[in-house]
Ligand binder design. Structure first.
Ligand code: G1P
Length: 279
């Protein structure tokens, strides 16, 4: 019998405004911005599927309906292109729709990433789950980043965050961790700070948009006070778990593009384009 995956659900906080891409994101969700022909959120869903997940829980907001339509059949369009050379262009998304269940809830007020994740509680229930921030696009030739993290979860059975070394001057853009290295590239986290100034940062190890969270995080989030920028921060809630040694950070294999910034978005587009041309 096939082993049941330990983590089935992946949560996608997708309520943010995407102001850095205005006016493109005025009426289109930032998660729908394409890299080549695929929207960012589809890359995330594919990464979650590769890690064994089949339930995609999406926290949306006003103006985000295009995401729901994307993960649904479009009978008219499919009828139009049936039997033509274009039919294959919908094969991947069709496969996703066949294999996954999608559920949605709306975040009514923007009170931070921690609040968005807490909003997803109704969709996740009481089980460990993954979180993908779709504007961090992660690629790896072999195993996806979330797959690597699921393996670590099997071993450590606690919350896991993906990290990478960043320029020490950029710490105020990320959650920053510090801890003891217990295996090469794997840390037991002792400190986490949301977006510290370089002089206050405990290291240059930055959290990127991939998490595996144990369900006690919801209770912690419920009592987490607004932190940086007056928002409820997932980093602060994770710090509570870290106090009892229950957060592991891993330097992942692969490359991450910050597609929430124009530089990262263009870089991802160019590099994935070159890769496509060379294959
Ligand atoms: C969020 C988190 C931050 C993390 C980052 C990764 O920040 O709050 O800790 O390092 O995602 O992309 P945001 O980029 O949403 O401001």
């Amino acid at each position: 019998m096939k082993k049941k995956p330990l983590i089935n659900v992946c949560l996608f906080p997708a309520a943010g405004y995407g102001t850095r891409f205005l006016p493109a994101t005025k009426s289109m969700p930032k998660e729908m911005l394409p890299i080549l022909t695929k929207p960012l959120i589809q890359y995330g869903v594919e990464e979650a599927m590769e890690a064994g997940m089949n339930t995609m829980a999406i926290v949306t907001g006003r103006g985000k309906r295009a995401i729901e339509d994307h993960f649904d059949v479009s009978y008219e369009l499919e009828h139009q292109i049936k039997g033509t050379s274009k039919e294959k262009m919908l094969a991947d998304i069709r496969h996703i729709i066949d294999k996954c269940v999608f559920s949605y809830t709306r975040q009514i007020e923007m009170k931070g990433l921690g609040h968005a994740i807490l909003t997803g509680k109704a969709l996740v229930g009481h089980q460990p789950f993954a979180v993908i921030l779709a504007d961090d696009l992660c690629v790896n030739e072999n195993e996806g980043v979330l797959s690597q993290m699921v393996k670590l979860y099997e071993k450590y059975q606690c919350s896991i965050v993906a990290i990478e070394e960043i320029d020490p001057q950029q710490t105020d853009k990320y959650g920053i961790i510090a801890g003891a290295e217990i295996e090469p590239g794997i840390y037991r986290v002792s400190t986490m700070i949301e977006k510290p100034a370089p002089e206050d940062a405990p290291s240059n190890l930055a959290i990127i948009g991939r998490y595996i969270l144990t369900p006690d995080i919801f209770d912690i989030l419920q009592r987490t006070k607004p932190g940086k920028a007056g928002e409820i921060q997932i980093t602060d809630a994770l710090m509570e778990q870290a106090k009892s040694g229950n957060v592991i950070a891993c330097k992942f294999n692969g490359k991450r593009y910050d597609c929430g910034s124009i530089d990262g978005y263009v870089q991802a587009t160019v590099e994935l384009y070159n890769e496509m041309k060379n294959n």
